[in-house]
Design a protein around this ligand. Structure first.
Ligand SMILES: Cc1cc2nc3c(=O)[nH]c(=O)nc-3n(C[C@H](O)[C@H](O)[C@H](O)COP(=O)(O)OP(=O)(O)OC[C@H]3O[C@@H](n4cnc5c(N)ncnc54)[C@H](O)[C@@H]3O)c2cc1C
Length: 416
């Protein structure tokens, strides 16, 4: 039996590791890994955005444990117009003047509790109150999600956001909170080689062909065609290719399915990686940036995940900029904005920069809007009816972490 897997991200690799028969993975990039990939420039190792593992899924843990890793606490900070506020903001209001603290706490106490929660905006209103919603969450939503909170649904939230209690808010309004409020208390990261080293046991044992972008899939003849004109046949096909792309490249997709696919929304991600000729000065591992006149949403410090990510005496930063759908970034403008932001935030002066690197990742996060699941399911159901197994964050079109993406591949392979 010929099994063809499209995409060598963690989902495709998970599928291939469990599938039977003659299994080949085809990847459009030059190296496997997808979003869990890493790259090295002049001795500096970077990932594609902040990546660390906090999996509690035993089977995924078994994969990650094949690689030597280090553990640390999720130590992040919120940069808010010149103020450094430990995460989460809600439990560290001590950083604000008394008048602001009082206004935020009063709004929390008086928050609407009996409205019907249809949108993320409603959820924020009932969970945090109007003032905290508009001062922090609405601002960050526009930057990170590229939409407003009333354009988003609530089904993606899960345990990702803190549901605060008054007692802790009041305590944190007085002094720094020691509460561990992140959705995981311990982060794991490979000692060497960047996040992608977690995939080494898979990439070394599987048959992966890189530089192969699928441009046409014919479910009737069971043929996949690639950009270089080569063709493979399959008995069994699994795909981690994003659903909007699948709706374009699978032959014979009906108009209603194409229409549903065209309504799906996502963010793309520009990463500007910067190497510095000096050591880190802050011990926060990553930063959330709220300032609306700074285009960057998050700043990662790769050398704080593992000291092997930077040469001795140096440091590196990676700045994340989000845009929607197919909107293209201008690399020069992004790099210039990042250098300005680095100077303004006190991270680096121009003369301290050894190099900068810009890359745009076409699919980063799925935007959940009311009705998204219905649109997605129309596309999913059709492709599955044509015998294609859909796996991974963009193949299934779900907000999956790396371990969940891996498991989506593993489970689909187990289903035969
Ligand atoms: C900024 C960011 C930070 C994250 N941080 C974390 C974290 O800290 N911890 C965590 O657990 N998870 C994190 N995640 C989630 C994690 O990255 C994903 O769940 C996981 O990497 C998705 O794997 P995948 O295989 O489903 O998709 P991908 O990694 O996107 O793999 C799909 C592959 O298919 C290839 N492909 C696409 N089109 C074609 C084509 N036409 N032909 C052939 N190949 C094709 C792509 O090049 C890609 O390699 C983060 C995600 C982002 C965006």
């Amino acid at each position: 039996m010929n099994t063809v897997v499209l995409g060598a991200g963690i989902a495709g690799l998970g599928y291939a590791s469990k599938a039977r028969g003659n299994v080949k993975v085809f990847e459009k990039n030059a190296v496997p890994g997808g979003l869990c990939g890493s790259f090295i420039i002049d001795g500096f190792t970077f990932d594609y955005g902040i990546h660390q593992s906090f999996t509690a899924i035993p089977e995924a843990r078994k994969l990650f444990d094949n690689t030597d890793y280090r553990c640390y606490s999720p130590h992040a900070v919120n940069l808010y117009y010149g103020n450094d506020i430990p995460n989460p903001v809600i439990y560290n209001l001590y950083k604000f003047p008394e008048e602001v603290r009082t206004r935020l706490i009063t709004s929390f106490k008086n928050r609407a509790k009996d409205i019907v929660v249809n949108t993320y905006a409603d959820w924020l209103r009932t969970t945090y109150g109007d003032e905290i919603k508009s001062m922090f969450y609405d601002v960050y939503t526009r930057k990170y999600w590229t939409v407003t909170s009333d354009e988003m649904s609530v089904s993606w939230i899960g345990k990702r956001l803190t549901e605060p209690v008054l007692e802790k808010i009041v305590r944190g309004a007085d002094k720094k909170s020691d509460e561990d409020n992140y959705y995981a208390s311990e982060m794991r990261y490979p000692k060497q080689g960047g996040f992608t080293s977690f995939l080494t046991s898979l990439t070394e044992s599987l048959n992966i062909v890189c530089g192969k972008e699928a441009v046409s899939i014919d479910p009737d003849t069971r043929l996949v065609t690639f950009t270089d004109g080569s063709i493979v046949t399959y008995d069994n096909l699994a795909s981690s290719i994003p659903l909007p792309v699948m709706a374009e490249i699978v032959r014979g997709v009906p108009e209603n399915v194409k229409l549903a696919a065209s309504r799906l929304k996502w963010t793309n991600l520009s990463i500007v990686s910067v190497a510095l000729n000096k050591q880190y000065v802050s011990d926060y591992i990553w930063d959330y940036v709220y300032d609306e006149d700074i285009i960057v949403s998050r700043i990662n410090k790769p050398g704080m995940h593992s000291s092997h990510n930077t040469p001795p005496g140096k440091s590196s930063f990676q700045f994340e900029i989000y845009r929607q759908g197919k909107e293209k970034a201008n690399a020069t403008e992004d790099v210039d904005s990042v250098i300005c932001a680095a100077e303004r935030l006190g991270i680096a002066e121009k003369e301290e920069i050894l190099f900068t690197d810009h890359q745009q990742i076409p699919y980063a996060n799925i935007i959940y809007y009311n009705g998204m699941e219905e649109d997605r399911d129309i596309v999913r159901r059709y492709l599955e009816s044509r015998g294609i197994k859909l796996i991974g964050r963009f193949g299934r079109w779900e907000y999956l972490w790396s371990d969940q993406s891996y498991m989506s591949g593993v489970r689909a392979a187990g289903e035969g």
